[in-house]
Ligand binder design. Structure first.
Ligand SMILES: Nc1ncnc2c1ncn2[C@@H]1O[C@H](COP(=O)(O)OP(=O)(O)OP(=O)(O)O)[C@@H](O)[C@H]1O
Length: 261
């Protein structure tokens, strides 16, 4: 549904954040966009969301060059959602229910539809017990789930996750993994930007490696992560499961569960 063709993006101060980048979000169901600080990941998301317009090149949306008129951008918003890295930037309302319902109310869905969707999104993100809780009492991890629920309720075809595991403990991280897998199993496309190589390796099936605004490599997840030279060049660490395979002679597994069972 979305592609980036030869996109260069230059900020006002002349920083070249993206340099002739090609990314095709049809290449996987769960796509990782990885790169060290400043590699250009957020700028990629902003361009895919239509919030930034490429300096050169095009965003291709449903096989045509993205136009930036109100009608096309509204359609893009209905198809593409974003889960912010920091849930505090995404949550506006004081009640969990109202916050998740916000986008749906904006689109003027009827009350029953809103209720069904909010409850379903809360179920999918394991926060049904928080329904009546004021947002300011929630922990960071719980707020993260609320912000994901708000996006899940919109039921967009493609969801971008910006650093979904930042600031989360082991259990919350596992919870996010399950949520993402369940959403992908419903037929949605997930795009995850992250520094957390273990998470990306376990969750994604296809990956783009960004380095200094350029795509350094792309491919099936194991194929890319087995090439240490690429990870070194992009200043990224090898995931634990790749290390176990390469240096400890263990089988090449996609999850810790697989390795230890
Ligand atoms: N508003 C801005 N004005 C000027 N330069 C910017 C702006 N925003 C980002 N940049 C620069 O663009 C480049 C890419 O930044 P971007 O935020 O896309 O990287 P990132 O991969 O998301 O980094 P991080 O992992 O640290 O969030 C960096 O050199 C950054 O300093």
């Amino acid at each position: 549904m979305l592609k980036m063709e030869n996109v260069t993006y230059i900020y006002e101060d002349k920083t070249v954040a993206l340099d002739n980048v090609n990314i095709d979000l049809n290449k996987g169901r769960k796509i990782g966009i990885i790169g060290s600080n400043g590699a250009g990941k957020s700028t990629v998301f902003m361009n895919f969301l239509g919030l930034f317009k490429p300096t050169k090149g095009n965003i291709i949306y449903n096989d045509t060059v993205l136009k930036y008129d109100k009608k096309t951008l509204t359609s893009l918003r209905m198809d593409v959602g974003l889960v912010f890295q920091d849930p505090n930037k995404q949550i506006f309302f004081s009640s969990v229910y109202d916050d998740i319902a916000f986008g749906l109310r904006n689109l003027k869905y009827d009350k029953k539809e809103i209720d069904d969707r909010v409850i379903s999104a809360m179920g999918k993100t394991n926060i049904l017990d928080l329904k009546n809780k004021p947002v300011h009492f929630l922990s960071y991890g719980q707020k993260k789930n609320v912000s994901i629920a708000g996006t899940v309720a919109m039921s967009q075809k493609l969801i971008l996750f910006d650093e979904p595991t930042a600031g989360l403990d082991y259990l919350s991280r596992e919870n996010i993994k399950n949520i993402i897998n369940n959403i992908a199993n419903e037929g949605k496309t997930i795009v995850v930007s992250s520094h957390d190589m273990n998470f990306i390796y376990e969750i994604c099936d296809y990956v783009y490696v960004l380095n200094k605004g350029q795509v350094l490599a792309e491919g099936e997840i194991q194929e890319v992560f087995l090439k240490k030279a690429i990870l070194d060049k992009a200043s990224l660490e090898e995931p634990f499961l790749i290390k176990a395979y390469k240096y400890l002679g263990k089988p090449l597994c996609k999850s810790e569960k697989e390795l230890f069972n």
